[in-house]
Write a protein that binds this ligand. Structure first.
Ligand code: MTE
Ligand code: MO
Length: 371
C-alpha cells in the first residue's frame, strides 16, 4: 500500500474486475437485503407442485427488468452464419414450436450457507423452479441461418444493461456450438402456457435445459455465432468456481444433483422452525440434476438414511418427485434428503467453499418439533 502523498513511479496494476465483493463473516448488509428484496426464491411449499406458477418461480435479474414492446421488438441472428436473420415476434410465432419441462436453478443457490459468506444475491436454498417453456428450437433457427464450419460458440445478449465489477455491459452469455444445437434448447415465448411475465424475459428468452440459470438469457436482443470463445464478463469473471479472487477458476455449467423437501407441519412465523403432530406424515419433495436422471433419493431421519419412493420423471431436465412415509414420534428430529444421479454423483453432507458461492448442493436439513 502506498499512501497518497508519497511519490512513486511504479505503476500499480488496476485491480481485476470481480463478480462480487469480498466474502464476509459479518451480518447481512443493506446491499444484500436490497438484492434479496428484488430477487426472490421459491417458497419450499411450492415443491408440492410439478410446475411452479410464475409468481412462485425464483427470479434473478442482475440489472433492471426491461420494458419491451413485442410489436416493435426484433431478434437478430448473425456472426459466423451464411445468412443473417432479423425476426419479428410474429415471424417467430409461425415457426415450429416445442414445449420443454425444465427445472431452472440459480448457480448461486445456497451461497449464504457458506462461511465466510460470498457477498452477492444472498440465496439460502430455494432459488429453483420448474416450468413448461414453449418456443422455437434454437437449432431450427441456427439451421436456417447456416452455421459456418469454423464456429465454436453462440453468444446470447439480453436487452438489459448495467455495471458489474466496474464493467459496463449488457447481460450476455455464450454456449458451445454442440450445446446450442441440442434439440431441447429453446427460444421461449411462453411459460406454463402463457406469455412470459416481464421478470422472466418477455417477450423472448433462451432456456438451456440442464444448465444453471445464468445460461438461460432473458430479454433476448441478439444471437451471434462466434469463431472464438466469448470473453464477456458473465463468462470470464462471473459464474466460475474460484478458490480466491485471483484464481481464473473453471466455468460453471450444468446443475449439480440436488433434492429439496417440503418442510412438514407448520412454521413459526419468525424463525420458520417447524411443528407437527405425532403420527404418520408423508415426507415429500423433488430432486433434479443437470447431468441426467436422478436415480435415487434417500431421506435421513435423525441420521438414519432410508430409500424414498421416486415417481416417474416428467422430463430429461425436470425435477422428479420423491416421497417417504414417516411415523413422527414426539420430540426433536432432524430430517434430511439426499439425491444421486445417473453419473453416480450424490449431494455432499458438507459443502466445499468457493469464492463466488457457486454450485452449492449440500443436503437440506430440516429441524422439526413433534408434539
Ligand atoms: N438478460 C438476462 N438474462 C438472465 C439474467 C439476467 O440478469 N439478465 N439472469 C440469469 C440468471 S443468473 C438466472 S439464475 C436466470 C434466472 O431466470 P428466472 O429469473 O427466469 O428464474 O436468468 C438468467 N438470465
Ligand atoms: Mo443465477
Amino acid at each position: 500500500m502506498k499512501s497518497s502523498n508519497q511519490q512513486s513511479t511504479r505503476q500499480e496494476p488496476a485491480p481485476a474486475p470481480a463478480a462480487a465483493a469480498e466474502p464476509t463473516s459479518g451480518p447481512l448488509t443493506r446491499e444484500e437485503l436490497q438484492l434479496a428484496a428484488r430477487n426472490h426464491s421459491m417458497p419450499l411449499e411450492a415443491l408440492r407442485r410439478e410446475l411452479t406458477p410464475p409468481g412462485l418461480h425464483y427470479v434473478l435479474t442482475h440489472f433492471d427488468i426491461p420494458d419491451l414492446d413485442a410489436s416493435s421488438w426484433h431478434l437478430r441472428i448473425g456472426g459466423a452464419v451464411e445468412r443473417a436473420l432479423e425476426l419479428s415476434m410474429a415471424a417467430l410465432l409461425r415457426d415450429p414450436a416445442i414445449t420443454v419441462p425444465v427445472t431452472l436453478e440459480c448457480a448461486g443457490n445456497g451461497r449464504s450457507l457458506l462461511e465466510p459468506r460470498p457477498v452477492s444475491q444472498p440465496w439460502i436454498m430455494e432459488a429453483v423452479g420448474t416450468a413448461h417453456w414453449t418456443g422455437v428450437p434454437l437449432a431450427y433457427l441456427l439451421g436456417k441461418a447456416g452455421v459456418l464450419p469454423d464456429a465454436v460458440e453462440v453468444v446470447f445478449t439480453g436487452a438489459d444493461a448495467g455495471i458489474q465489477g466496474g464493467v459496463p455491459q449488457q447481460y450476455a452469455r455464450s454456449l458451445p456450438i454442440r450445446e446450442a444445437l441440442r434439440p431441447d434448447v429453446v427460444l421461449a415465448y411462453k411459460m406454463n402456457g402463457a406469455d412470459l411475465p416481464p421478470q422472466h424475459g418477455y417477450p423472448l428468452r433462451l432456456v438451456v435445459p440442464g444448465w444453471y440459470g445464468m445460461a438461460s438469457v432473458k430479454w433476448l436482443a441478439s444471437i451471434e455465432v462466434a469463431k472464438a470463445p466469448f470473453p464477456g464478463f458473465q463468462q470470464k469473471v462471473a459464474y466460475r468456481y474460484q478458490e480466491s479472487v485471483d484464481d481464473a477458476g473453471t466455468p460453471v455449467t450444468r446443475i449439480r444433483v440436488r433434492s429439496l423437501m417440503v418442510p412438514p407441519g407448520v412454521p413459526d412465523f419468525f424463525t420458520r422452525k417447524r411443528f407437527l403432530r405425532a403420527g404418520p406424515v408423508m415426507l415429500e419433495g423433488r430432486a433434479w440434476s443437470g447431468e441426467g436422471a436422478v436415480t435415487a433419493v434417500e431421506v435421513g431421519i435423525d441420521g438414519t438414511w432410508l430409500p424414498a419412493h421416486l415417481d416417474k420423471p416428467v422430463g430429461g431436465y425436470a425435477w422428479r418427485k420423491w416421497s417417504l412415509p414417516w411415523v413422527a414420534d414426539p420430540g426433536e428430529h432432524v430430517l434430511a434428503c439426499r439425491a444421486t444421479d445417473i453419473t453416480g454423483a450424490s449431494q455432499p453432507l458438507e459443502q466445499d467453499w468457493n469464492y463466488q458461492g457457486m454450485g452449492n448442493n449440500v443436503v437440506q436439513r430440516v429441524s422439526v418439533t413433534v408434539e
